[in-house]
Design a protein around this ligand. Structure first.
Ligand SMILES: [Zn+2]
Length: 335
């Protein structure tokens, strides 16, 4: 994946000087350095440790960039700008993370905190929005004018490119497909709502449903694969159980794929995009067979005008989508 992504990035990420790119997640921080020719030349990874507070997280982000710079053989002062993809709604004009439950942040001024430490301008965007930006510039969505990205992982993030540009709406909050209601009165969502797409097809929701069935007496391999605690099962664990023909996991994933298909069909009917890109942990782990199944279910929806020719594809940049998008953000800063 790394080599492919780097070569794809070639043109989109080229510009003046070295840039830093950070993908900030609830559990881990990925940092990378992109060279003037647009190649991603190094990477570093650190645990987020959000429980230790925002200042610690910013310190660890800085440290990850320093490590990536050292790996690239450059001084951290050679970095001309940095970009960050961060979870939750972002005030992009001011680089403030408005609300990130996974980090325990409320109106945290990430851009200024990081800019002070790195000594260069910083731009902050929503993690999935920047991943979608990357897919559009250098991945599955190159040359596509209207595309929507849906990212089922711990939650379900989203973002959209309308008329060739990232569409943010009035408050830069558009694209939250995870909180569309798919099943009225359905399972509770992390946001407090019910039956949202995120509450039906995020890894968290899938794993919770499996745990519920096992508690009621269903037999599943997942207990062993996840080391005893089903709720700790990763997307990779789900893929493993599926390979072993686990009936419970199969059933729950089948339901999740139906709900995801309903979500995609709704998005298609509302926005009529040319393409839907699927990414995130669940998609990366389950791969093409899952995407093909979802596509099949979307095609079965009765209102066919906007879904019949809709391209539904897997993210091409994979785990690199986040850092690639963050690097693109950094390149957009006027130096
Ligand atoms: Zn929700």
């Amino acid at each position: 994946v790394a080599v492919t992504a780097s070569s794809l990035n070639g043109n989109a990420l080229a510009g003046h000087g070295y840039i830093g790119a950070i993908d900030l997640g609830g559990t881990k921080i990925l940092a990378s350095i992109a060279a003037p020719d647009g190649t991603i030349v190094s990477r570093a990874k650190k645990m987020t440790r959000a429980d230790r507070g925002a200042e610690t997280v910013v310190e660890r982000m800085t440290e990850a960039v320093r490590e990536a710079a050292a790996e690239a053989g450059i001084d951290v002062r050679a970095i001309v700008a940095a970009g960050v993809g961060a979870p939750g709604p972002i005030d992009t004009a001011n680089g403030v993370v408005k609300q990130a439950p996974n980090l325990g942040w409320d109106n945290f001024p990430l851009r200024d905190a990081l800019s002070t430490r790195l000594g260069c301008p910083v731009s902050v965007g929503n993690d999935v929005s920047v991943a979608v930006l990357a897919e559009h510039a250098a991945g599955a969505g190159r040359g596509v004018r209207h595309l929507v990205g849906i990212w089922p992982g711990t939650g379900v993030g989203g973002g959209m490119i309308m008329d060739g540009k990232l569409y943010g709406g009035v408050g830069d909050l558009a694209g939250e497909v995870g909180h569309m209601t798919i099943k009225a009165g359905g399972p509770k969502c992390g946001c407090g709502g019910r039956g949202h797409l995120e509450a039906l097809c995020s890894r968290t929701a899938i794993v919770r449903e499996i745990a519920k069935m096992v508690k009621r007496g269903a037999k599943s391999e997942i207990t062993k694969i996840a080391g005893g605690n089903i709720l700790q099962a990763t997307s990779g664990d789900l893929a493993k159980a599926l390979l072993r023909g686990d009936k419970v996991v199969m059933k729950v994933l089948d339901r999740a794929s139906k709900h995801l298909a309903l979500g995609i069909a709704s998005v298609a009917n509302l926005l009529n995009p040319e393409m839907v890109v699927l990414g995130g942990g669940v998609i990366e782990a389950l791969g093409d067979p899952f995407v093909e199944r979802v596509t099949e279910l979307v095609r079965k929806q009765p209102l066919r005008a906007a879904t019949a020719d809709l391209k539904i594809v897997k993210s091409q940049l994979g785990d690199d989508a986040g850092i690639t998008g963050a690097a693109l953000l950094a390149r957009q800063i006027q130096l």
